[in-house]
Design a protein around this ligand. Structure first.
Ligand SMILES: C[S@@+](CC[C@H](N)C(=O)[O-])C[C@H]1O[C@@H](n2cnc3c(N)ncnc32)[C@H](O)[C@@H]1O
Length: 234
């Protein structure tokens, strides 16, 4: 435990400062600067996404977890892989745009490979049909990873493999969430994947702004979505 534990107000200030920059470079330098305190701070926010996403994925991947190859996109310091490892998964590749966050992930020795990569409208640096599951947790929101990345998540997943995504469903992320859901549904209608699970979670993490809370709860809500890539793309 750190000698000087951070207060909720410290964390609030840090998270609110992340909204100041307008470019992806600003966002990445925010995460570089936050990396050392990230895990301590998200614990203070009671951030449940890595645990919930890992448990949801494990609930649909019942067999051969130790053989499965998982791509953790926007992996941060590695919280998702640590949870998945606890559930029997062993093989992880990670990608993130922040060198500071990647350094922390590297120190955990959980990932076989870690790559610095900005997720925008470009292709992911990975071959098609490579992963048994692709996860992206805590990064699908306004100002972070564009929802257009979904086609790339689908491309690099093996036929029959899973894509596990989370997003916040609080007030400030409503427009992004709608656009994300529209893309997911369009991809389903095109037969690219099928919906396995979409679950809203009320207590996602503590709100850092009163404008985000609903019905006097101190928490904001979030959502876990799992889709399964079709085996045939005919
Ligand atoms: C809230 S953290 C989540 C990290 C981890 N998945 C977790 O749940 O703890 C968001 C991560 O997404 C990364 N990120 C955000 N936008 C990105 C982008 N456009 N390209 C690459 N990485 C991005 C940040 O560097 C950060 O590590």
């Amino acid at each position: 435990m750190a000698a000087n534990p951070r207060t909720f107000t410290d964390v609030q200030r840090t998270v609110l400062s992340s909204h100041k920059g307008s470019t992806i470079e600003d966002k990445m330098s925010f995460y570089d600067g936050w990396s050392e305190l990230y895990e301590q701070d998200v614990m203070c926010l009671d951030y449940q996404a890595p645990l919930l996403a890992a448990e949801s994925l494990a609930a649909v991947m019942l067999e051969d977890r130790d053989q499965a190859l998982i791509l953790d996109i926007a992996c941060g310091t590695g919280l998702v892989a640590v949870q998945l490892q606890r559930l029997g998964f062993c093989n992880f590749h990670g990608m993130d745009g922040s060198e500071g966050m990647l350094e922390l992930a590297r120190s955990k020795s959980v990932y076989q490979t870690l790559q610095k990569c900005i997720l925008d409208t470009e292709s992911l640096p990975a071959s098609s049909d490579s992963y048994d599951a692709v996860v992206i947790v805590g990064a699908l929101s306004e100002g972070q990873v564009p929802y257009t990345v979904l086609l790339e998540l689908h491309r690099v997943t093996k036929p029959g493999g899973f894509v596990c995504m989370t997003t916040r469903t609080n007030t400030s992320n409503q427009l992004y969430k709608k656009q994300l859901q529209a893309v997911m549904e369009e991809m389903e209608q095109k037969g690219l994947w099928e919906r396995v699970k979409v679950q809203e979670v009320e207590h996602w993490e503590k709100a850092t702004s009163v404008h985000e809370t609903e019905q006097d709860s101190e928490y904001i809500s979030g959502m876990i979505c799992i889709y399964r890539k079709s085996r045939s793309q005919d």
